[in-house]
Design a protein around this ligand. Structure first.
Ligand SMILES: Nc1nc2c(ncn2[C@@H]2O[C@H](COP(=O)(O)OP(=O)(O)OP(=O)(O)O)[C@@H](O)[C@H]2O)c(=O)[nH]1
Ligand SMILES: [Mg+2]
Length: 383
């Protein structure tokens, strides 16, 4: 087995997956027949003490007895014969493996809950910025593959964990490349999975690479996050080994290129050297709390009245919009719904003014905030 490099890392991950599994589905190639490699893997699986289901794939159009005969030698019992490409036998296999897994578990009552508990954090960014390294550093073990090659992570992986008594689920995702460059089907799949992870998360951690230029692509990904409405923390990674001039330059660059993320906290970290992680996790907690804030109608209305007293919306012709009261329409992101009359004539900069006022009043750092207007249907309101 390879001693270093990505093959070695993959083998390590496989061993770990086996160690953590309830059932191992061991797939062999029915066209190729039994190979020495299959025997080596069987020895390894036997030592692991896991329940193993032997599955012979690529067996479309073949007789059970003739395909299976070869593999009895492995001593893993009756093999399941399937064709993954054609779908033959696959659903039965899944059912069977689940039955076996549940039969083995004495109590799995709140397993589902445990799995979904806590703050869901999606770690996103360009390929190779250090997302998987970050996950491993936070967990304190090599749980996912980190490697100096863009495109190492191909699919989102969710890992529940606990830190200082709090529950989280970290979601390592595939790096997102420039849109025009996503040609291969597998890359499209990866991007779709990453976008899905963003929408399922509570907080997104956007990682940037301080040892590369802040690019359009970073801004593009940030745009996705903003659209999704999820809370956001930015980690400027690979902060190790940079001169102070270079650091100043990057900070200026960030202000110029990512000014639209001013609602979020920025942290300068090294996932590799494990610096800056604690404060960043605190900002994630804070962003989550802000995103889930309960804003009562009296408090929101008071803040609204304050804002209007300080600065009125502009008239449009003879009409002046009238803002009456506000209530909360949602969380993660917080949505403030403002009721009144002629609210469609409110200008964008007044909307931004209101947003800032609510943000300051309720300390909503780290989360987007949405404001919606509902005008009363009263036909006399405009007179
Ligand atoms: N100097 C330095 N290198 C880092 C740091 N974090 C990660 N790296 C290196 O960057 C390379 C890529 O790391 P990964 O964690 O695999 O990056 P990724 O974002 O998961 O990449 P994809 O899965 O391809 O999207 C590896 O060689 C890491 O060792 C850091 O803080 N400092
Ligand atoms: Mg990765």
């Amino acid at each position: 087995m390879a001693k270093e490099g990505i093959m070695h890392q993959m083998a390590k991950q496989t061993k770990q997956a086996v160690a953590e599994a309830d059932i191992v589905v061991f797939i062999v190639d029915g066209r190729q027949g039994l190979t020495p490699h299959d025997k080596t893997i069987t020895d390894f699986l036997r030592k692991s003490g896991r329940s193993v289901m032997l599955v012979i794939n690529k067996s479309e159009g073949m007789k059970y007895t003739s395909v299976a005969a070869d593999f009895y030698e492995l001593g893993l019992g009756d093999p399941y014969v399937i064709s993954a490409a054609h779908g033959d036998g696959v659903m039965d296999l899944v059912d069977e493996s689940l039955n076996l897994a549940f039969a083995q578990r004495p109590s799995d009552t709140d397993d589902q809950d445990t799995h979904h508990r806590g703050v869901k954090i999606a770690i996103v960014g360009r390929p190779n910025v250090g997302k998987s390294t970050f996950v491993n550093t936070v967990l304190g073990e090599d749980r996912v593959i980190a490697f100096d090659m863009p495109g190492t992570t191909r699919d989102s992986i969710e890992i529940p964990f606990e830190r200082e008594g709090r529950h989280y689920t970290l979601i390592d995702t595939a790096g997102i490349r420039r849109r025009g460059k996503v040609f291969e089907a597998i890359e499209k799949f990866s991007v779709v999975k990453t976008l899905q992870s963003i929408s399922e998360a509570n907080v997104v951690l956007l990682l940037l690479d301080a040892q590369q230029d802040i690019s359009e692509q970073d801004a593009h990904i940030a745009g996705f996050v903003l659209e999704s409405g999820r809370a956001l923390v930015v980690g400027v990674n690979k902060w190790d080994g940079l001169t102070s001039d270079k650091r100043d330059e990057i900070k200026m660059d960030l202000e110029r290129k990512l000014s639209f993320l001013s609602f979020a906290k920025f942290h300068f970290i090294s996932a590799l050297k494990s610096t800056g992680i604690g404060p960043l996790m605190k900002s994630i907690d804070a962003a989550y709390i802000a995103a889930m804030a309960d804003l009562t109608t009296p408090k929101l209305t008071r803040a609204l009245i304050e804002a209007v007293e300080h600065q009125q919306p502009r008239r449009k012709g003879s009409i002046r919009p009238k803002l009456r009261y506000a209530h909360q329409g949602g969380q993660n992101p917080p949505i403030v719904i403002i009721h009144g009359n002629a609210l469609d004539s409110i200008e964008d900069n007044y909307k931004r003014y209101l947003e800032k006022h609510f943000r300051d009043t309720f300390s909503l750092t780290g989360t987007p905030l949405r404001i919606e207007f509902r005008s009363s249907k009263n036909p006399f309101a405009r007179n």
